[in-house]
Design a protein around this ligand. Structure first.
Ligand SMILES: Cc1cc2nc3c(=O)[nH]c(=O)nc-3n(C[C@H](O)[C@H](O)[C@H](O)COP(=O)(O)O)c2cc1C
Length: 227
């Protein structure tokens, strides 16, 4: 099945103008007042979460925590699709988890793949050549020196094994993963910023046409003093 290419978003040179939709007036029902929960747990974490665009060095320990908390395989289950279903901390349509996390440490030429079952990193063979130019594209969007780049690479065939028209599920899986990563990065006191670019055409070069495709990039680093 052919992946529907949406293109890579770029900011318009001239800002467009749009008048937002006006909802018809209706009766307003106020909700109960929210009490302050103090400085503990996910509720207060979400209150203080912010995108950060300055990055300190990310230790291996922080990187491992981020990946473990967001993306490790917690359980597997047999399926009729040719591969096992998985449970991970993030939700995924059909428990198919079609998204791989690839990453590049600052200054390193090669990219690594997170192995969610073994909780470790595997070198992606020949990635330095295949991904030439991706770092530059990331830097055009957000220049960074110390940040670790995270590339979300979807394997659409996993989702297509269960669903017709599964593309939107994969994009929503990518959004779910990005959101959980942003929250865990905040909990780890790390700087985190999603990028609008998709990682295409680089991710697609890693396998035969249509097997892999980029569905997002984020950069993460240790806390910066300018935060
Ligand atoms: C899908 C997505 C793409 C984004 N792309 C960029 C980007 O290319 N560059 C950037 O600086 N921030 C990017 N951001 C971060 C947003 O600008 C940020 O979330 C927004 O300004 C709201 O700020 P907050 O995250 O601190 O609440 C992106 C966020 C999302 C969810």
């Amino acid at each position: 099945m052919e992946w529907i290419k949406l293109g890579s978003p770029i900011i318009k040179a001239e800002p467009g103008h749009y008048q937002p939709f006006t909802w018809p007036a209706g009766t307003f029902h106020a909700l109960p007042e929210i009490k302050d929960v103090g400085d503990e747990g996910i509720l207060s974490l979400l209150d203080r979460r912010r995108t950060s665009r300055t990055f300190g060095a990310l230790s291996e320990c922080q990187l491992g925590q981020l990946l473990w908390r967001c993306a490790r395989t917690q359980a597997i289950a047999e399926s009729d699709y040719g591969f096992d279903l998985e449970l991970r901390p993030t939700p995924s349509a059909g428990a198919l988890h079609p998204i791989h996390i690839l990453l590049q440490r600052p200054g390193a030429p090669n990219w690594l793949r997170y192995d969610s079952r073994r909780h470790g990193l595997v070198e992606v063979a020949e990635s330095a050549g295949a991904f030439a130019g991706l770092k530059e594209q990331c830097d055009e969007v957000l220049p960074t020196e110390q940040a670790t780049r995270l590339l979300l690479v979807a394997e659409p065939g996993k989702t297509y094994a269960k669903y017709h028209h599964g593309e939107s599920l994969i994009w929503r899986d990518a959004g779910a993963l990005l959101a959980v990563m942003a929250m865990i990065a905040e909990a780890l006191d790390c700087s985190f910023c999603p990028l609008g670019i998709t990682g295409e055409p680089w991710a697609g070069r890693l396998a035969h046409a249509g097997v892999l495709t980029g569905v997002g990039i984020a950069v993460v680093g240790g806390p910066s003093s300018q935060r």
